[in-house]
Design a protein around this ligand. Structure first.
Ligand SMILES: [Zn+2]
Length: 208
């Protein structure tokens, strides 16, 4: 039961587009402040807001899909707010390190190195969107399943599912169809197991 989120592609695209806009603005801010520091704190705040808004929606939808969990929205907001803080901090820290490493023997070389860092920032949008959409879905389903188990006594076991197509990698293919006793050794909390992982869990009833 409970297949992958029906509109995951749309959710993924929504996050990728929001992040891309955000990163393009950050790139502009970095370029115009150079060689001074841009407002890193402000960037972290904006990145947090973008991530939290979209991931809360994805989490909520995934949780609601599991027996229509009534508190899904509240859980989604709490989870996304907390997780987006960590993630936004990491994203901006990486950008900051990349900018700090910019150097060149001439102003032109330095400008080219800075342009490369800014371009790389924009390219991270899709990568982050795919990975974090997967994480929001797994997290939403997990909390909904836990709550449902507590209130009904029904027990479920998660089964790892890959999309058996070109996107499936060597890490994920052997996990397809396995239970937590197997996938838990590689990915204790479920998908994603690596950047750009699009795997998901199916929940099998084991006892009522
Ligand atoms: Zn995967």
């Amino acid at each position: 039961m409970m297949p992958d989120l029906p509109n995951r592609t749309e959710r993924e695209r929504q996050l990728a587009e929001a992040l891309l806009l955000q990163f393009q603005r950050q790139g502009e801010a970095i370029r115009s402040a150079w060689p001074r520091s841009p407002d890193w704190k402000g960037m972290e705040r904006d990145t947090h807001a973008t991530l939290a808004a979209v991931l809360a929606g994805t989490f909520t939808e995934a949780a609601s899909g599991m027996h229509g969990a009534p508190d899904a929205r509240r859980w989604g907001q709490a989870w996304a707010d907390g997780y987006a803080s960590i993630l936004a901090g990491e994203i901006v820290a990486t950008t900051r390190e990349d900018v700090a490493s910019v150097s060149g023997t001439s102003p032109a070389e330095e400008a080219a190195a800075l342009a490369a860092v800014i371009a790389a920032l924009a390219m991270r949008a899709e990568n982050i969107a795919v990975t974090e959409t997967t994480r929001a879905i797994t997290s939403g389903e997990r909390i909904a399943v836990e709550q449902y188990e507590m209130s009904t006594g029904t027990r479920f076991r998660p089964i790892w599912q890959t999309e058996l197509d070109a996107r499936t990698c060597d890490v994920c293919r052997p996990l397809d169809g396995t239970g937590e006793e197997v996938f838990g050794r590689v990915a204790p909390t479920g998908p994603p197991v690596h950047p750009r992982c699009r795997c998901y869990l199916e929940w099998e009833v084991i006892a009522a």
